[in-house]
Write a protein that binds this ligand. Sequence first.
Ligand SMILES: Cc1ncc(COP(=O)(O)O)c(C=O)c1O
Length: 914
Amino acid sequence: MTAPLAKIDATPYATPSSVWRLRTDAWEFLGYGSKQLTALATPGKGVTAAHQQMLVEVNRKLNVLEAIEPYWAVPGKAHLATLRARIEDGDYPAALDLVEPVTRGFARFRHEVDDRATDLDPEAQPNDQTPMADRRPRFEVLVVDDISETVREELFAEMAGQRRESDAFTYQVNVVPSLEDALIAVMLNPTIQACILRPGFAVSARNRPGEDLRRYLDGLLDPGLPQFTPKARILSLADTLKELRPELDLYLVADVSIEDLAGSSNRRFNRLFRREESMELHLSLLGGVAERYETPFFDAVQHHSRKPAAVFHALPISRGGSVVNSRWIKDMGEFYGLNLLHAETSATSGGLDSLLDPHGSIKRAQDLAARAFGARRSYFVTNGTSTANKIVHQSILAPGDVVIADRNCHKSHHYALMLAGAQVAYVDAYPLNEYAFYGAVPLKALKSMLLDYRRAGRLDEVKMVTLTNCTFDGIVYDVERVMEECLAIKPDLVFLWDEAWFAFAGFHPIFRRRTAMAAAARLQANFKDPAYRARAKAQRAALFDPETGEPVDDAAWLRTRLLPDPDATRLRVYATQSTHKTLTALRQGSMIHIFDEDFSHLNEVTFNAAYMTHTSTSPNYQILASLDIGRRQAELEGFELVQRQAYLALSVAQAVARHPLLKKYFRVLNTLDLIPEEYRETRRPMPLRDGIAAMDEAWRTDEFVMDPSRLTLHIGNTGVDGDTFKHKYLMDLHGIQVNKTSRNTVLFMTNIGTSRSAVAYLIDVLVKLAEHFETERAEMSPRALAARQAKAARLLATPPPLPDFSRFADKYRSGAHTVDGDIRTAYFTTYKNDACGYIMPKELIDRVRAGEEIVSAGFVTPYPPGFPILVPGQVFTKEILSFMAALDTREIHGFDAELGFRIINDVPAPRERG
Ligand SMILES: Cc1ncc(COP(=O)(O)O)c(C=O)c1O
């Protein structure tokens, strides 16, 4: 027997996003440690130095786990206590027997210990919570109550007694004593799907939380909480749990005054129970998870595919008809599997709901998506966010409406605005000249532009603002603030947030705050808050001249953090998401989420018409089913997966920063590189690296923040440009796919499917490449080396500044003091052959230098960087020409090597507006 091991009293773990790793690593180390201790223990010889050293290490891991495991039901505190006792007894083989089932569980279920795959010590789950060996999904239920061990055991027994073989899911129950413990538990343990609140809980955590969590909790909790009445505490805990993880089912179990609580708590709790109703509670727990598990359209497709049917309909592939009997394309069925063919169907063949007029399973699936993403309505789109954007633009805009659009937006917006006949006012994002791409649009630029329109007497024409959040490179707006301040200037402004890259964000509390839907909901709540209303009223008094009722000077409006008039404002917010880019969905699966207070009386009809305009009458049902499944996954495990993807990206960044050879050739660009100081209040290069509290602080205060799951790797020191690095070194040599480069950077993204081993592979490949560059340089001739170094110097030097977007030719503009242009008239001019011609670069340069106004007939887009530098109707400026001359770009869309640039020769009169 060895001496008792020293315990600690504070939770030593770093940050919630890394706990899953800390936990798996600690258990794995205990397995290794138990084996080592077995080998090191020599009977009769006492404890050697190596043995003692290993005991110290093992103790350290036990301490880590003793701080973490109370937040998990399985394997649980008791299992860990037994393990500690075995080690202290020197019975290391028995310790190993306790560890192995746990690590086996991790290997099979990511970081969750599945007790069905294990034979955990029965002491781990007193009162027989031993589950049935089956494949039903499992989850954990958190009970919040300060109860004795005996009562706890009775509770476990009572809940276990309700189980049935026919239950769709299994669950284990864990108890934490306090409100703070409950919040820590739901942040650390993603397997918790439901919480049962019982009024006896305490406020403070039993063990002192680690510094990071302490600060995070302080930011969440009302400082007056300890003085709250029991009822107020219950409501406060429920609200905070919902803020952290809105998907959780909450139940309240109380003996007395349940009726008193009922009125104020219905909104927060799925149901209220009296203590004796444990069967009802059990069924509700299962029912709550079943509601999220439900996939109405996927189920309908499966059901349909199993029904016998003969196909006399225009879909030869249906039921595999044209494939399985073919002599030549059988391999299609073999590769994709027969289910895919059996599932192929169409609305017009009957039996399944129709996307163009949904009333059944598609409608229900869309309603569930709206709940999951916090929208009032959600619509599925089968042709990507490119189409989703066109639908929203068309639904809102009539010809002549002014739209403020990020000049750096995805091309689908430009095309949509051209189709809609909008007057487009492009606004510039801040440039990142050193890396040759753009950041995001500063709020000040948006406000200035709105104020320009107000000054020009044209504010009523401005209908919509459209921005990309987050940008391709991971720059994230303060969505709430942007909408708040813009609405203060124009209270009925519509917002389209292109969240093509941000669908995952709704499933983590910090990311979620910067999504369009969450920001809209918060603004709506603020508008009802008397304190907010009073502040807004006081501000209006200062910003309008009391005599004339006119706004005071624009400088004051620019300086002030504006609050809209809650009574005049209408919240009209749209978000388009490529579900397929960041959540589980087949390619092209996208969604439109809507939070529009005027939708049903202003926009529903035009939205439906726009939806009809752009949606195929033969939408792919597999894409729709995958959206339904993706939503299920996001609601049940999105929180865990989002945490994980951010953490994995961080681990790559840290590896690059620490490894001597990696840091010689590569550098991960951080917040300080990509977000200029004027747009930040915080100064941390990688907030998540410093913990969740640091990330929370930056995401609450800074104008722009970085999505930590994206890594922009600076590769200038390699002397290889981004495009070559991507194709030659990453793809061809190592099979690593990335989808964006700039002249000296490569963008890597983790996603919810990224594994630890994929990350390890990436780091390994980067090390190999760095070694390759090192060897190559060592063996190069002096002349080749000089050439390589010169190339690296060019890639490191700042290229010519990215040009501001050009301006529309006067003929296409509506006012001398505003910038919008009529992109559609310009575009259709190009259909008249005699109105257009071509010009070669040399002549173009000469004529522009001579002061001539030359107007582009098309979109001109160099790849990379990949954003249009001209749209139809805009003029070639000197800055644009020098930028293009300095670009070492092979591919320029809109430029024909033989003919040159297409230009408008004869600029027609602007079309009549009105
Ligand atoms: C910002 C942005 N919006 C929209 C799209 C188009 O999305 P999808 O590929 O789903 O059509 C993209 C595609 O990359 C994008 O980057």
